[in-house]
Ligand binder design. Structure first.
Ligand code: SAM
Length: 239
């Protein structure tokens, strides 16, 4: 249950010096899920933004984060994962990469949490540039569709945390789920699909399959994938 992991009370309580010590040196301590217990944190000037800008939701074993870390070395990114052991694996994977490659992989981290409940605890309004929902659990039965990580209601939350122009990437090998995610995004007033040209020009799109453990599995088995990639747009004016 959720009681096993502490949750930051607000995004200001996310301990950046725990997740990104290279960029946010600090002497203070935090709990073991990276929640601030005290004072303000000063970022190092070498980081682009003092906020997390990419979130990999249900990051699994962290393959995407590892690939993005070197592609966007100045962007802070976090993986959110529900399973305790998997989160621990990713944490150790990142620490090992940092040790083997000083100066690299300092911009990625992972947190154990239930993303369906706690996104607003981690990210302030309009701060995320990219959100990833890659090979999410399908929840096939209709009565379980409410457990899907993309839904009209959750898209409201994602729209809130994304900056205008920010992008949601979704991909799955389950056709029905692919249709579902696309329809939810298409029907939402605050998202629009990227054009074919934009998809071709975006280096991240190629990673959705090649960098994720699930995507690699699907590719090995010769499976098909279904992607929906949408941009957060401004709310229409009311006059
Ligand atoms: N994205 C990874 C990939 O493509 O390799 C992992 C995909 S895996 C099929 C789905 C992951 O989402 C699992 O690791 C699962 O534990 C995680 N997950 C499911 N529900 C979640 C939730 N509510 N919050 C955070 N993670 C969740």
């Amino acid at each position: 249950s959720d009681s096993h992991f502490p949750v930051p009370v607000t995004p200001l309580h996310v301990d950046y010096s725990f997740h990104y010590p290279h960029f946010f040196p600090s002497k203070k301590t935090s709990d073991d899920n990276g929640n601030v217990t005290g004072i303000h944190q000063a970022p190092s000037p070498s980081v682009c933004s003092r906020k997390i800008q990419f979130a990999d939701i249900g990051c699994g074993f962290g393959g995407l984060l590892v690939s993005l870390a070197t592609l966007f070395p100045k962007t802070l990114m976090i993986g959110m994962e529900l399973r305790d052991k998997v989160t621990e694996y990713v944490r150790e994977r990142i620490l090992a990469l940092r040790e083997a490659n000083p100066e690299q992989y300092q911009n990625i981290s992972v947190v154990r949490t239930n993303s369906m409940k706690y996104i607003p605890n981690f990210f302030e309004k309009g701060t995320l540039l990219k959100m990833f929902f890659l090979f999410p659990d399908p929840h096939f039965k209709e009565k379980n569709h409410r457990r899907r990580v993309i839904s009209p209601h959750l898209l409201d939350e994602y729209a809130y945390t994304l900056e205008v122009g920010g992008i949601i990437y979704t991909i799955t090998d389950v056709e029905d789920l692919g249709e579902w995610m696309k329809t939810c995004l298409e029907d939402h007033p605050l998202f629009e699909a990227l054009t074919e040209e934009e998809l071709k020009a975006d280096p991240v799109v190629k990673l959705l399959c090649s960098a994720t453990e699930e995507g690699q599995k699907v590719a090995r088995n010769g499976g098909q994938t279904f992607q929906a990639i949408y941009r957060r747009i401004a709310a229409p004016r009311e006059d």
